[in-house]
Design a protein around this ligand. Structure first.
Ligand SMILES: NC(=O)c1ccc[n+]([C@@H]2O[C@H](COP(=O)([O-])OP(=O)(O)OC[C@H]3O[C@@H](n4cnc5c(N)ncnc54)[C@H](OP(=O)(O)O)[C@@H]3O)[C@@H](O)[C@H]2O)c1
Length: 186
């Protein structure tokens, strides 16, 4: 573990070669149209995680998915949504909270959570800004879309990374895994 005082943070995203995780309207058509876009290593990644934390932007996208795509418990950070906005079927599966990333990690630490899968766009950026991401899994999809929601945003200081693995798939997707220079990625 990178620090004994909090769970480790992990991202696992598909990104266009020009650095976007969704179009401006949140659509993922560019990803869905890829042949065999499913990442074979995702199941192994998911099995290592204890909980998913995402923002309301990502929840709004996945709420439309049938069936619900996650087996892990899901925590959604939002100041605009409450449980009342969730369909009945999701009220047991999704916890909505308003904590800062630091505070949420402290709460999860108290609950015995060791590894947090941090998902979304703005939420990943806010965890990154607070130094809470330890492992980066990025699948680069062979497409340029010109504009959209960025995977990474502004940061105050450089973050040095260590390469952990590179996987190349026949469909043109390349999956890169990095950890922060001082961590093991949990
Ligand atoms: N390509 C991929 O692999 C991949 C993976 C996951 C998601 N996605 C897509 O990427 C897009 C990301 O969009 P997004 O950036 O809007 O999503 P997001 O990070 O999931 O949600 C952002 C929203 O979360 C709320 N929030 C609460 N606390 C926050 C905090 N500390 N930091 C940041 N946001 C906080 C805010 O809304 P409130 O007003 O509700 O507080 C904020 O607008 C989505 O369309 C999603 O479907 C793509």
């Amino acid at each position: 573990m990178p620090t004994p005082n909090r769970p480790s943070g992990h991202i696992n995203m598909a990104m266009t070669l020009d650095g976007f995780v969704a179009r401006d309207d949140h659509s993922l058509d560019w990803l869905m149209k890829q042949p065999n876009a499913e990442d074979p290593s995702f199941a192994e990644f998911s099995a290592r995680m204890d909980v998913i934390v995402m923002g309301s932007g990502s929840l709004r996208t996945v709420m439309g998915f049938e069936p619900w795509p996650y087996e892990l418990p899901v925590i959604v950070l939002s100041r605009s949504m409450t449980t009342d906005d969730l369909p009945e079927a999701l009220r047991e599966k999704v916890e909505i909270r308003t904590d800062s990333p630091q505070d949420l990690m402290a709460v999860l630490h108290e609950r015995g959570v060791r590894r947090v899968y941090v998902d979304g766009g703005a939420v990943i950026q806010s965890f990154l800004a607070e130094g809470l991401i330890d492992e980066f899994n990025v699948a680069i999809v062979p497409i340029l879309i010109g504009s959209g929601i960025r995977i990474f945003g502004d940061i105050n200081a450089d973050i040095d990374l260590k390469q952990k693995s590179v996987q190349r798939y026949d469909n043109g997707i390349v999956r890169l895994t990095y950890t922060t220079a001082e961590g093991t990625g949990g």
